[in-house]
Design a protein. Sequence first.
Length: 135
Amino acid sequence: MKKIVLMLVAAVLLMNLCACGKEEPAPTAVDEQINVTPKVEATTAMEETIPFENPVTEEPAEVVAERMRQEKKALAESCIDKDVRCLYELIGKPNSSDYAPSCLVQGGEDGMLYYDGFVVYTTREGDVETVYYVE
């Protein structure tokens, strides 16, 4: 009896395995009457053709460099009438600098700090150096 049951179970399993590779039957008139529709695969967004526009525009290096100079100059202008440390914190130390006896401050010095594309003028009196003009 056990052999017969095992053989029946094996036969059912074998039939199920064989049926897995078969296609689904086409809908019949009865299926259409009860609104049974065949399985339809959904399309993915990747399959749709949408024109791609790159919003990032590459600018020439010269344009980028000029914009950076203008931004640094604007930051330097924000330091006018402030201690020179404000300037150094915002845009860093100058490429070079010159100092001469001051025409503005008695016993002090006038400074010219040279940055790439502009000059910052300062006055130095003792240990205090103040930004007074950006050109």
